[in-house]
Design a protein around this ligand. Structure first.
Ligand code: SF4
Length: 359
């Protein structure tokens, strides 16, 4: 279980008997719980303090969204995200939530997962010819709080029963006990963000160390799950060839490449608002010291002269590990794809290659 714990819990009236609240009470018996009527109570201004204010609520409005990578000018993998909560118990220095959730930073868990799945089911039914890749790890870590939400108990059987969708659970935790208690499904992929050990130690407080992430992935593979890895955000460390080679070596020492659904690579991306939020919080000072250039989506990245060799080298190491692992780069324009892979596939082609691989 992760080290985070709430300091106070707010539960929307009507959810006092919810599974989430009963788990919260069991795990954190001394934490005060207050019932509230929407709107949400005002969270503390401090972002880190707001993450320890836990809100259990019904989500109103749409759960399913297109991944923000679907921006003009970038090759996109047609990824959909379903939001089952917002904000995260970890506090990575570069996290975009510092900007995105600046006005509602409390850590929210949505208790009405049945409404989310009804919306997903309707979309899958409307497009039987399409094969969807859907993730839950955009605004909240997919597994870190599974001991409270138990969302995997609902999600895994739901996606196991679909014939045109794959669920990706994305995490920086090693919280896989809930999944291990369920029968694995080919339609469920569990993905880890991985990074150089130094980046994890310095920039991703509260998350599981690299070795623990890989060990958790191995346990899931042994239980029949497919796994995936995201080298994201890549950081142009001075010794990046050594630092990222070590990550690939650790993966190849433990993980069965035939059960790796995909691996993605993406460089650090910083919007002006995120840079401002990081500076205000005194976070990521070393990351911000690099030179950045603006991209077509208004976000800054290190210049191509650094991005391309890092992509090419890591992709080559992955290819030497197993040439059949599907690989892609995230949130990059067609020109970077061409100079990395020698081609710039359409969004549909990228998506089809990722979900079309037979297990
Ligand atoms: S794990 Fe992801 S969502 Fe959580 S703080 Fe880190 S970057 Fe943000």
């Amino acid at each position: 279980m992760i080290a985070w714990q709430p300091e106070v819990v707010f539960v929307e009236r009507g959810l006092e008997n919810s599974r989430i609240l009963s788990n919260v009470r069991a795990y954190y018996p001394s934490v005060p719980v207050h019932a509230f009527e929407p709107p949400l109570p005002m969270p503390p201004k401090d972002f880190a303090a707001a993450k320890r204010q836990l809100v259990i609520q019904r989500h109103r409005g749409s759960f399913l969204h297109h991944c923000p990578a679907g921006t003009t000018g970038l090759v996109c993998c047609n990824y959909l995200v379903v939001h089952l909560g917002a904000n995260c118990p970890f506090d990575c220095s570069y996290c975009f939530l510092q900007e995105y959730l600046a006005n509602s930073p409390a850590l929210r868990l949505f208790a009405n997962i049945e409404d989310a799945l009804a919306e997903v089911a309707a979309v899958l039914r409307r497009h039987p010819q399409r094969r969807f890749r859907i993730g839950t790890g955009e605004l909240i870590d997919s597994l870190a709080l599974d001991h409270l939400t138990e969302h995997t108990r609902t999600l895994v059987p739901f996606f196991a029963a679909q014939n045109n969708a794959v669920l990706e659970l994305k995490t920086k935790s090693a919280s896989v006990d809930g999944l291990l208690a369920l029968p694995a499904s080919e339609n469920v992929v569990v993905a880890w963000s991985v990074n150089a050990a130094r980046v994890i130690e310095e920039e991703e407080p509260g998350t599981a160390p690299l070795a623990a992430r890989i060990a958790a992935a191995r346990r899931l593979q042994d239980a029949g799950y497919r796994v995936a890895f995201h080298f994201d955000p890549l950081i142009a460390l001075e010794d990046w060839p050594k630092a990222y080679r070590e990550v690939v070596d650790l993966l190849s020492a433990s993980i069965d490449p035939r059960r790796v659904a995909w691996v993605s690579l993406g460089h650090l991306r910083l919007s002006p608002g995120l840079k401002r939020a990081m500076r205000e919080r005194g976070r990521g000072t070393r990351l911000l010291a690099a030179e950045f250039v603006p991209g077509p989506d208004g976000k800054e990245r290190v210049w191509r002269g650094l991005r391309l060799p890092m992509y090419r080298s890591i992709l080559q190491w992955l290819e030497s590990w197993d040439p059949d692992i599907p690989r892609y780069i995230c949130m990059e324009p067609a020109g970077v794809w061409e100079r990395t892979f020698g081609e710039a596939p359409s969004d549909q082609e990228v998506a089809a290659r990722l979900v079309g691989r037979a297990p």
